[in-house]
Design a protein around this ligand. Structure first.
Ligand SMILES: [Zn+2]
Length: 849
């Protein structure tokens, strides 16, 4: 592994490549430690290209030969690639290189996973395969020939000739190199087909390791639903004869949208009722949809450069959220997404790693596959749609597909489409793409002579490199309720553009209760906190499901803050309001289960910090435990009834209705475990016939301190199944007490099944520790030391996963000086490691600030 001195790349320095690539032919002769890659690439100089430097990226390649128009040449080896004198007329570049997939532990480029060959090229992995202009704005049709002794050999596009020892593939659609893929191995397929809206039959396959064939059916159904949905909602049809998905065990990300050959982390595609939870099924359905939707938003229209990553990711996350909302419950999906946005993106936006949705510079693009680019990027699409309306959004998207099909586009192109389709000026809206930071919104109200006035103020705190912020355009969805709970003003969208702005509502007979930021219409923090009575009123009466949930969440937050700061007892107003909701069987069980969810330790720590307090992780954990106990005692009879009533008798189905019932029953079981010490959880564990029930019971038993026997039995039952064993690792750490979490994680890193080389197992162990904040932030510093030890060990093997895991430290400045000193020492210890990768160096340097 060699790493060049880290260099910062700037958006403003973008220059087009001076050549067009007309055609790419690749031949792979596969061998684990010495794969030969022959390339034949047709280049044509662009007539108007300035400079015309002919530079091809390449890393860790062993050169065998290089030719231009058949004549052997000697290229100049320069930083990150080769340079040569190119002819002024179209020419053919040929090269042969040797690469070593078996030694590739970084999982970028061509590598081996469990005996199979696979690739990951986004963002810059193709340069580890052969010499090429590895940048997304160079698009070309690829033909690939694979030679080797593997039974199944796949690449992008449509299949061509094949026979013993070889297979050929041709992808007619011009694509950037980051969408290239190759897979070869002993694989089994789960086949199906789909007829598109124009009547074309597409062969569908999910390829898996022998033994996993039984875990493909759900993924295949999800794929067919996604294809039908994209036709119906966006008018987008699939464009090849075949669509292949491959499951790979060793993978840095969730999945990758390579043209016609999606490669998935096996945890994001393989599913069965016995081995997967309801949450796993929902996530798999969403990820399959996401990668499929990229065929249009990402592949047919790609990004001009990596600064535009949100162009494909924000839009595609938004599309997959719409899909899940249509397949399942829209309010539940929205609430889940906002919980995740606040947990990951707000946290990022409030710390040293804050960056705009479209960054202006980066050192290592792999470090910018972030919650900000993805999740906040999706929120921006949602705001655009709210501002222009559904019809105009549909017109703008049609124009986007028509105007930019086959392009490598920018955020400016994207916004221009909306301006042209709607006549709106989006100059102010563009600040959302260019400026980091979460806007704070406060409001006040006045009522006089039947006129109700809402006045809003906005401000955005400084972020690294961006001290001053101008006002944003914020769509604020508002509804008004009269004092007896009837809605007197249905949802209306107020468009805020000024630092301070008032909106009036006339003809009201009494002062209404406002429901503000319905459906979370903008990714902002509402600073104005209403009183307990108003929150309880909204929890009972609001017609907007998101704001009803938010009212309950605010009650819980206020209750917990009073407990942590003032040592108060759990607030009976919160307990009463929640109890009224959860025993009401007319309410959706999924909504009730969400209402029973408590704010995370991390969210409480951030809120305390925002209010000028130093969060104590141990005190936060204790307050949550006390509140859980108080709820269990107050809700005992209701919990007993709900647990019995919401058992699903029908055969297992991972649909919205059944998973809603299971989630409420499991929430009830968790409450009852506080009282019975785990007796009910033990019964559920012993009789569970699906993973959702089994894992919930195991979690409850471990939390109750009596999980040893169940943990052993779970291991014996599932030791052959690597994805379930990932759960076995993480459930023990996630449910450990603050004093034992780091010790449990450390012991598990010595388990024979632990391996640092598999990203899923690494995340299930060290990642799980960081998700147990009271354990990770233990005052002794043992959590920090354990993570740092493993980041130092992982970095030389897999810089990308190492760098991503460093974000566990991003909140360090919230904590007391002792903890800060401990973390700072660990960050400096990591930074001082000889040969530390550029990825990790960039992350640690930014976190230190
Ligand atoms: Zn994506």
């Amino acid at each position: 592994m060699k790493d060049a001195a880290p260099q910062t790349v700037y958006l403003e320095d973008y220059t087009p490549f001076g050549f067009t690539v007309e055609k790419v032919d690749l031949t792979f002769r596969l061998a684990p430690s010495a794969t030969r890659v022959r390339s034949k690439i047709r280049f044509a100089p662009k007539p108007d290209a300035p400079g015309r430097r002919f530079f091809l990226h390449g890393e860790d390649l062993k050169p065998i030969s290089t030719r231009i128009d058949g004549t052997e040449i000697t290229p100049r080896h320069v930083e990150g690639g080769i340079e040569l004198n190119a002819p002024d007329t179209p020419f053919t570049f040929e090269a042969e290189v040797e690469i070593d997939p078996a030694a590739n532990t970084a999982l970028e480029g061509l590598y081996m996973s469990g005996g199979m060959y696979c690739t990951q090229c986004e963002a810059e992995g193709f340069r580890k395969i052969t010499w090429y202009p590895d940048r997304p704005d160079v698009m070309a049709p690829f033909s690939v020939r694979i030679e080797g002794d593997m039974p199944v050999m796949l690449s992008n596009g449509n299949p061509g000739a094949s026979g013993p020892g070889f297979a050929e593939w041709h992808d007619p659609w011009p694509k950037p190199a980051y969408l290239f893929a190759l897979v070869a191995g002993d694989l089994r397929n789960h086949p199906d087909s789909f007829t598109t809206m124009s009547g074309k039959t597409v062969d569908l396959n999910i390829w898996v390791r022998p033994g996993d064939e039984g875990k493909c059916a759900f993924g295949m159904e999800a794929l067919k639903k996604s294809m039908a949905w994209d036709e119906k909602v966006y008018g987008r049809e699939y464009d090849l004869d075949v669509f292949n998905i491959v499951a790979v065990d060793d993978f840095n990300m969730g999945a990758m949208e390579n043209k016609g050959l999606n490669i998935f982390n096996s945890s994001c595609v393989l599913a069965s009722p016995e081995t997967s939870t309801d949450a796993n099924f929902e996530r798999i359905e969403a990820i399959i949809a996401h990668e499929y939707f990229h065929n249009w938003t990402g592949n047919r229209i790609t990004c001009r450069d990596w600064f535009q990553l949100c162009l494909k990711e924000g839009l595609t996350v938004f599309r997959d959220a719409e899909f899940t909302a249509d397949m399942r419950s829209a309010p539940v999906k929205r609430i889940e997404d906002v919980i995740a946005l606040r947990a990951r993106q707000f946290r990022e936006d409030n710390g040293p790693l804050a960056h705009p949705v479209r960054p202006q510079s980066f050192v290592e693009i792999n470090n910018f596959y972030t919650a900000t680019v993805y999740e906040k990027g999706a929120e921006l699409i949602g705001m655009l749609k709210t501002l222009v309306g559904d019809d105009a959004y549909a017109r703008a998207l049609d124009l986007y597909f028509t105007r930019h099909d086959g392009d490598a586009a920018t955020i400016e192109d994207w916004l221009k489409v909306f301006e042209d389709a709607t006549g709106r000026d989006l100059t102010q809206f563009k600040r959302w793409y260019d400026e980091a930071g979460t806007p704070r919104l406060s409001w006040s109200e006045a009522f006089e002579d039947g006129t109700y006035t809402l006045t809003f103020r906005q401000h955005t705190p400084p972020t690294p490199g961006q001290p001053d912020k101008a006002p944003r355009v914020i769509p604020i969805a508002v509804g008004l309720l009269n004092p007896n709970g009837d809605e007197v003003q249905p949802t209306t969208v107020l468009e805020m553009t000024e630092p301070e702005q008032s909106f009036t509502f006339d003809g009201l007979s009494a002062k209404p209760v406002p429901s503000i930021l319905r459906d979370f219409s903008a990714p902002v923090i509402l600073e104005t906190r209403t009183d307990t009575a108003t929150r309880a009123f909204l929890l009972a009466h609001d017609t907007d499901p998101f704001n009803r949930w938010q009212a309950g969440r605010d009650l819980a937050l206020d209750c917990l803050l009073a407990m942590i700061r003032d040592g108060a007892a759990p607030d009976t107003a919160y307990l009463d309001a929640l109890h009224t909701l959860i025993r009401d069987d007319t309410q959706d069980p999924a909504f009730r289960a969400l209402a029973l969810g408590l704010p995370s330790q991390d969210e409480l720590a951030q809120l305390l910090h925002d209010h000028g307090h130093t969060p104590d992780p141990q005190a936060i954990w204790e307050a949550l435990e006390t509140l859980k106990q108080a709820r269990a005692e107050a809700f005992h009879d209701t919990a007993t009834r709900l647990h019995a009533q919401y058992q699903v008798e029908a055969p297992y189905a991972p649909d919205a209705a059944q998973s809603a019932a299971r989630s409420l029953a499991n929430a009830a079981m968790a409450m009852l475990t506080q009282l019975d010490g785990g007796a009910l959880a033990q019964k559920q564990f012993d009789s569970a016939d699906n993973m959702t029930r089994q894992l919930a019971a195991l979690s409850a038993l471990i939390s109750a301190g009596r999980g040893d026997e169940a943990t052993r039995r779970f291991y014996d039952q599932w030791k052959h199944d690597r994805l379930v064993i990932d759960k076995w690792f993480s459930v023990q750490i996630a449910n450990a007490t603050p004093d034992t979490a780091a010790d449990t994680a450390k012991a598990l890193t010595r388990h024979p099944d632990f391996t640092i080389r598999n990203p899923n197992r690494f995340r299930a162990t060290l990642g799980a520790l960081t998700m147990n904040p009271a354990g990770f932030h233990h005052a002794s510093g043992k959590g920090y030391a354990l993570l740092a030890d493993h980041l130092i060990a992982l970095d030389p093997l897999n810089p990308q996963t190492t760098a991503r895991m460093c974000t566990a430290f991003e909140t360090w400045r919230r904590y007391d000086s002792d903890r800060q000193a401990l973390i700072e020492a660990e960050l400096h210890r990591i930074l001082a490691t000889p040969g530390l990768s550029g990825d990790t160096t960039e992350m640690i340097t930014r976190i230190l600030g």
